[in-house]
Write a protein that binds this ligand. Sequence first.
Ligand code: PMP
Length: 397
Amino acid sequence: MNPFSALECLPQDPILGLGALYQADPRPQRMDLGIGIYKDSSGFTPILQAVREAERWLLKHRTSKSYLSSDCVPGLDNGLRQLALGDHLAAELGNLTGVIQSPGGTGALRLAAQLLARLSPRKVLVGLPTWPIHVPILERAGLSLQFWQQQGADQGFDLAALLLALDSLQPGDVVLLHACCHNPTGADPQAHEWPLIARALAERQLIPLLDMAYQGFGDSLDKDADGLRQLFSQCPTALAALSCSKNFGLYRDRIGALLVRTPTARDCQAASSHLSDIGRCLWSMPPAHGGEVVSHILASTELRALWVTEVDNMRMRISQLRSGLVAALQEAQAGERFHSLGRQRGMFSWLGLNPEEVLFLRQHGGIYTAGGGRINVSGLRPSQLANMASLLANVSR
Ligand code: PMP
C-alpha cells in the first residue's frame, strides 16, 4: 500500500515557475519583472552595507548559539515597535503593545491568523487583488473570508467600496489592509483617506490586521507607516505583520514580527502568551541571525543612519524607474490605459493585463511579468523602457 498514490502533484507557484522560464530565455534584452525582490542596476540583489557591518560586529561579539526565547531576540521588540509606531505612539501605547518575532512577514501573518482564530471573529474582510498567500494562510487557520474589490475604475484604492463592505461586518470582525506599497497593485489609500478608514473601523469595533512588508519603499519609513499608526492609535485591538525581508534585504534570513495592540495591559500579556504558544508549535523559536542583525542596526545610531540612507536610495531608484516607464509610455502614445502608473507606490506596478497580453510581452519582448501584468519596478532596465512601452502601446490598440 502506497499512501502517497492518493496525493496529486500540486501546481508549481506561478512566480517561481516564471523565474525558470526567464533563466532559459537566451535573448539579451530579456527583463525579469516577476518575483518581488529588489534588484540594483546590474540586476543583482545586494547585501546592504549596514547589514554587512552588523554581521561583522556579531561575528566578533556573539559568544553562543544556544537557544533564545521563543518571543524575540534581545532589543528587537523595542526596535521594531518604534520603527512601526514611531517614538510618540510607541511610548503612548506602552504596555498595550507586544512584539513577537517570526520567520519573515509570512510567519507573522501565520501567527496573526492563528491568534485571530482563537478570538473567533465571524469574518475577515480581504480586498482583491491581494498577495496570493494571504488567502490560504487565513483560511487554513479556520477563518472565513469575505472579499471586496479594492481597485476602483481608475485602478486606485476604492475607499467607497471599502466603506460599503464594512457595513456587512459585525464588531470583532477583522479587516486585512496593506499598510503601504500594495502588492500587487501599487495602489494605496491616499494620505487623507487613512483617518477616515481608522475612524470607520474604530466606530464599528473592527480589528485591523495590517500587512507591512515594504516600509520605506513608498514615500519614507515614517510616511509609509502613517496608516498603520492611525489604526493602532484609534482601534483598541489591532495587529500588524511586519517584514524585514525587503527593507533590510534579509529575504532568506527570514525575519519579521507580529505587533499586537490590546485594550488593556492584561490582555496584552494574555495575547503574548498565546502567541508564544502558537509559535512554539510552529517553529519552536524563530531563527536568530536576521533578528540580531536588525536589532543591532536599529540600536546603533551610525548603522541606523546608514541603513536609512540605503532604504532611501532603493526607493529613489524604484521611483526614477517608474517615472522612466511613465515617460516612455507617453512617448509611445500608449493612451489612457496606463495612466494610473504614475500614482502607484512601492516595489510593484500593475499594468492590468490579461493572460494573452502577459504572454505577448513575454514572447515578443522577453518581458516576464507576474499575473495581471504586475511588474517588479526595480527589475526594469532603462535601455529597454522604450521597447517595453511600444509593446504595451501595441497591446492596448
Ligand atoms: N506580505 C506581502 C504583501 C508580501 O508581498 C510579502 C513578500 N512577498 C510578504 C507579506 C512576506 O514576506 P516575507 O515572509 O518574505 O517576509
